[in-house]
Design a protein around this ligand. Sequence first.
Ligand code: GDP
Ligand code: MG
Length: 308
Amino acid sequence: MEIPTLIPAAPADFKSGFVALVGRPNVGKSTLLNALVGQKIAITSPTAQTTRNRLQGILTLDHAQIILVDTPGIHKPHHLLGEVLVKNAIGAIGSVDLVVWLVDSSVEFGRGDRFVAEVIKQAGTPVILGLNKIDQVGEQNQNSPQTYTEFTEPLGWQAIKFSALTGEGLTELQQICSDRLPLGPYFYPPDQVTDQPERFIMGELIREQILLLTREEVPHSVAVSIDLVEEQPKLTKIMATIHVERDSQKGIVIGKKGQMLKEIGTKAREQMQKMIMGGVHLELFVKVQPKWRSSRFQLADLGYRFEN
Ligand code: GDP
Ligand code: MG
């Protein structure tokens, strides 16, 4: 992720290409991406709509390079940011070699899944049905994966069961994905795991702690900008601003006597230290920026891409 290394020439039978992970919010797309590349590059949480931008995870095997595209969850948009998310997801589906339609196999096939599947069908890209969370499929809902395969069988979509959390079935998933890719070159150096700059991931690690630690009304209106990354002799100094929409949210993020902000900072710093494998000094600021979610100008400013 730091110094670009040379891209080697691929052998004649090498396969490579782009695989989109598509599914309704919370089915485990980001968890799967992290599990497959073996490093935390996408943030995950029990709150829906965690992932905002397209994020590529790069998995390089001996015989193939699989570039995974984590798409924001597809859902009915409520405001401008929502529309952008759906548009980006649909764009991602049309431009890849293979789609993994990811579902939570511990729950029944629902309307949200059908909406996603219909969108994928229209794109015409080859599809694999990924039945995730098999670790959670209990006695009572043993048959629920069938509700998905009833939909996919007539379409000829291959199905595979796995757990992004425990890792069960993921080797088979890698194999199936690489089998389905065309012959091709290395698109990225073999040791690179993501296309995103370190700064973006640092911001995401802070946003993740906010999603995990604060109450429901805050998460969706939070954006983080990294204002400074400075490598000092013994540690890396990082300054970041948390942007919220309202004073009340600022209050929640800061917490009583600054306790919440302190905890967000401590936890995010631990994650950052793992990422850069060194000491981090993190300073956080909170800024109220009314209605940033509805302003294209401000969205672009904070790094959310528009792909029309
Ligand atoms: P996304 O919105 O599709 O990106 O979903 P996330 O990757 O953020 O995951 C949503 C929630 O489901 C998180 O709490 C994950 O820990 C959980 N999760 C993801 N995969 C699995 C799995 O295979 N088994 C179980 N039990 N939970 C999972
Ligand atoms: Mg996600």
